[in-house]
Design a protein around this ligand. Structure first.
Ligand SMILES: C[S@@+](CC[C@H](N)C(=O)[O-])C[C@H]1O[C@@H](n2cnc3c(N)ncnc32)[C@H](O)[C@@H]1O
Length: 174
Protein backbone atom coordinates (compact mmCIF):
# COMPACT_ATOMS: atom_id res chain seq x y z
CA UNK A 1 0.00 0.00 0.00
CA UNK A 2 2.86 2.37 0.88
CA UNK A 3 4.41 1.90 -2.56
CA UNK A 4 1.05 2.59 -4.19
CA UNK A 5 0.65 5.82 -2.21
CA UNK A 6 4.19 6.88 -3.11
CA UNK A 7 3.57 6.20 -6.80
CA UNK A 8 0.25 8.10 -6.75
CA UNK A 9 1.86 11.09 -5.02
CA UNK A 10 4.69 11.17 -7.52
CA UNK A 11 2.22 10.96 -10.42
CA UNK A 12 0.16 13.80 -8.99
CA UNK A 13 3.29 15.95 -8.65
CA UNK A 14 4.42 15.10 -12.18
CA UNK A 15 1.04 15.95 -13.72
CA UNK A 16 0.44 19.20 -11.85
CA UNK A 17 4.01 20.56 -12.08
CA UNK A 18 5.79 22.05 -9.07
CA UNK A 19 9.25 23.24 -10.18
CA UNK A 20 10.09 26.60 -8.59
CA UNK A 21 6.70 26.77 -6.85
CA UNK A 22 5.42 26.83 -3.26
CA UNK A 23 3.64 23.56 -2.52
CA UNK A 24 1.37 22.43 0.31
CA UNK A 25 0.69 18.72 0.87
CA UNK A 26 -2.44 18.31 2.97
CA UNK A 27 -2.84 15.11 5.02
CA UNK A 28 0.73 14.32 4.10
CA UNK A 29 1.00 11.18 6.26
CA UNK A 30 4.55 9.91 5.92
CA UNK A 31 5.19 12.64 3.35
CA UNK A 32 5.08 10.72 0.07
CA UNK A 33 3.68 13.60 -1.98
CA UNK A 34 5.59 16.34 -0.15
CA UNK A 35 8.89 14.56 -0.68
CA UNK A 36 8.04 13.94 -4.36
CA UNK A 37 7.39 17.68 -4.72
CA UNK A 38 10.70 18.55 -3.08
CA UNK A 39 12.54 16.12 -5.36
CA UNK A 40 10.79 17.67 -8.37
CA UNK A 41 12.24 21.10 -7.59
CA UNK A 42 9.54 22.87 -5.60
CA UNK A 43 10.78 26.10 -3.99
CA UNK A 44 9.05 25.59 -0.63
CA UNK A 45 7.18 22.50 0.57
CA UNK A 46 4.94 22.30 3.62
CA UNK A 47 3.36 19.01 4.74
CA UNK A 48 0.41 19.10 7.15
CA UNK A 49 -1.09 16.10 8.94
CA UNK A 50 -3.23 15.45 12.00
CA UNK A 51 -1.22 12.43 13.18
CA UNK A 52 2.03 13.22 15.02
CA UNK A 53 3.40 9.67 14.66
CA UNK A 54 3.11 9.89 10.88
CA UNK A 55 4.80 13.30 10.87
CA UNK A 56 7.65 11.81 12.90
CA UNK A 57 8.08 9.14 10.24
CA UNK A 58 7.82 11.80 7.51
CA UNK A 59 10.59 13.75 9.23
CA UNK A 60 12.75 10.64 9.47
CA UNK A 61 12.28 9.93 5.76
CA UNK A 62 13.01 13.50 4.66
CA UNK A 63 16.18 13.55 6.73
CA UNK A 64 17.17 10.22 5.13
CA UNK A 65 16.57 11.37 1.56
CA UNK A 66 17.75 14.95 2.05
CA UNK A 67 14.50 16.66 1.08
CA UNK A 68 13.73 20.00 2.76
CA UNK A 69 10.17 20.14 4.03
CA UNK A 70 8.37 22.07 6.76
CA UNK A 71 6.23 19.55 8.67
CA UNK A 72 3.25 20.91 10.54
CA UNK A 73 0.70 19.18 12.74
CA UNK A 74 -2.76 20.44 11.84
CA UNK A 75 -6.30 19.87 10.67
CA UNK A 76 -7.05 20.17 6.97
CA UNK A 77 -10.36 21.81 7.83
CA UNK A 78 -8.67 24.57 9.83
CA UNK A 79 -5.22 25.16 8.36
CA UNK A 80 -2.86 27.41 10.32
CA UNK A 81 -1.58 28.89 7.08
CA UNK A 82 -2.00 32.30 5.46
CA UNK A 83 -4.44 33.02 2.66
CA UNK A 84 -3.05 32.65 -0.86
CA UNK A 85 0.32 31.30 0.27
CA UNK A 86 0.80 28.33 -2.09
CA UNK A 87 0.93 27.84 -5.87
CA UNK A 88 0.02 24.16 -5.57
CA UNK A 89 -2.21 22.66 -2.91
CA UNK A 90 -2.07 18.88 -3.07
CA UNK A 91 -3.65 16.05 -1.16
CA UNK A 92 -3.19 12.42 -2.07
CA UNK A 93 -5.76 10.10 -0.49
CA UNK A 94 -6.14 12.69 2.27
CA UNK A 95 -8.77 15.35 1.55
CA UNK A 96 -11.23 12.54 0.93
CA UNK A 97 -11.29 11.95 4.72
CA UNK A 98 -12.56 15.41 5.68
CA UNK A 99 -15.69 15.25 7.77
CA UNK A 100 -17.03 18.38 6.07
CA UNK A 101 -16.08 18.29 2.39
CA UNK A 102 -17.30 21.83 1.68
CA UNK A 103 -15.31 23.24 4.57
CA UNK A 104 -12.18 21.35 3.56
CA UNK A 105 -12.51 22.51 -0.07
CA UNK A 106 -12.90 26.12 1.08
CA UNK A 107 -9.71 25.78 3.17
CA UNK A 108 -7.70 24.35 0.27
CA UNK A 109 -8.96 27.16 -1.96
CA UNK A 110 -8.21 29.79 0.70
CA UNK A 111 -4.51 28.94 0.94
CA UNK A 112 -4.11 28.60 -2.85
CA UNK A 113 -2.88 31.67 -4.73
CA UNK A 114 -4.98 33.09 -7.54
CA UNK A 115 -3.97 31.19 -10.66
CA UNK A 116 -2.64 28.32 -8.56
CA UNK A 117 -3.92 24.78 -8.73
CA UNK A 118 -5.41 22.29 -6.29
CA UNK A 119 -4.64 18.64 -7.07
CA UNK A 120 -6.20 15.65 -5.33
CA UNK A 121 -6.17 11.90 -5.60
CA UNK A 122 -8.86 9.70 -4.10
CA UNK A 123 -9.79 6.11 -4.55
CA UNK A 124 -13.08 5.10 -6.09
CA UNK A 125 -14.95 1.92 -6.76
CA UNK A 126 -14.01 0.34 -10.11
CA UNK A 127 -17.25 -0.07 -12.01
CA UNK A 128 -18.74 0.24 -15.45
CA UNK A 129 -18.63 4.00 -14.86
CA UNK A 130 -14.99 3.99 -13.77
CA UNK A 131 -13.41 1.17 -15.82
CA UNK A 132 -9.99 2.85 -15.78
CA UNK A 133 -8.17 5.87 -14.33
CA UNK A 134 -8.43 7.57 -17.74
CA UNK A 135 -12.22 7.17 -17.74
CA UNK A 136 -12.39 8.64 -14.24
CA UNK A 137 -10.28 11.64 -15.34
CA UNK A 138 -12.49 12.18 -18.38
CA UNK A 139 -15.62 12.02 -16.25
CA UNK A 140 -14.10 14.48 -13.79
CA UNK A 141 -13.14 16.94 -16.51
CA UNK A 142 -16.45 16.81 -18.36
CA UNK A 143 -18.84 16.57 -15.40
CA UNK A 144 -17.30 17.54 -12.07
CA UNK A 145 -14.89 20.33 -13.09
CA UNK A 146 -17.60 22.58 -14.63
CA UNK A 147 -19.76 22.14 -11.50
CA UNK A 148 -16.82 22.99 -9.23
CA UNK A 149 -16.06 26.07 -11.34
CA UNK A 150 -19.68 27.21 -10.99
CA UNK A 151 -19.56 26.61 -7.24
CA UNK A 152 -16.39 28.72 -6.98
CA UNK A 153 -18.23 31.60 -8.64
CA UNK A 154 -20.96 31.48 -5.99
CA UNK A 155 -18.87 30.35 -3.06
CA UNK A 156 -20.91 29.98 0.14
CA UNK A 157 -19.50 31.23 3.41
CA UNK A 158 -17.86 28.47 5.40
CA UNK A 159 -20.19 29.12 8.34
CA UNK A 160 -23.20 28.39 6.16
CA UNK A 161 -21.98 25.19 4.57
CA UNK A 162 -23.39 21.78 5.23
CA UNK A 163 -21.40 18.55 5.17
CA UNK A 164 -20.85 17.24 1.66
CA UNK A 165 -21.67 13.70 0.62
CA UNK A 166 -19.09 11.04 1.39
CA UNK A 167 -16.87 10.29 -1.58
CA UNK A 168 -18.37 6.83 -1.98
CA UNK A 169 -21.78 8.48 -2.07
CA UNK A 170 -20.64 10.66 -4.99
CA UNK A 171 -19.88 7.68 -7.19
CA UNK A 172 -22.93 5.73 -6.01
CA UNK A 173 -25.21 8.58 -7.09
CA UNK A 174 -24.03 8.53 -10.71
C1 LIG B 1 -4.48 7.35 3.56
S1 LIG B 1 -3.41 8.44 4.45
C2 LIG B 1 -2.61 9.27 3.09
C3 LIG B 1 -1.29 9.83 3.49
C4 LIG B 1 -0.45 10.46 2.38
N1 LIG B 1 -1.13 11.59 1.74
C5 LIG B 1 0.01 9.47 1.36
O1 LIG B 1 -0.47 9.51 0.22
O2 LIG B 1 0.84 8.63 1.69
C6 LIG B 1 -4.57 9.66 5.08
C7 LIG B 1 -3.95 10.72 5.94
O3 LIG B 1 -4.93 11.69 6.27
C8 LIG B 1 -4.60 12.21 7.54
N2 LIG B 1 -5.77 12.93 8.04
C9 LIG B 1 -7.02 12.46 8.26
N3 LIG B 1 -7.83 13.43 8.69
C10 LIG B 1 -7.09 14.57 8.73
C11 LIG B 1 -7.39 15.93 9.06
N4 LIG B 1 -8.60 16.31 9.46
N5 LIG B 1 -6.40 16.84 8.95
C12 LIG B 1 -5.16 16.47 8.56
N6 LIG B 1 -4.82 15.20 8.23
C13 LIG B 1 -5.78 14.25 8.31
C14 LIG B 1 -4.21 10.98 8.32
O4 LIG B 1 -3.48 11.28 9.49
C15 LIG B 1 -3.38 10.23 7.27
O5 LIG B 1 -2.03 10.58 7.33
Amino acid sequence: MGALFAAAGATLVEHIGVAGLDVLDVATGTGNTARAAARAGARRVVGVDATPALLAEATRRSVADGTEIEWQEGDMEDLALADASFDRVLSSFGAMFATDQHHMAAELERVCRPGGRVGLTAWAVVSARFPSPEAAVELFETRAAPIMAAQRRSRPSVAGTTPGPPWSGCSARR
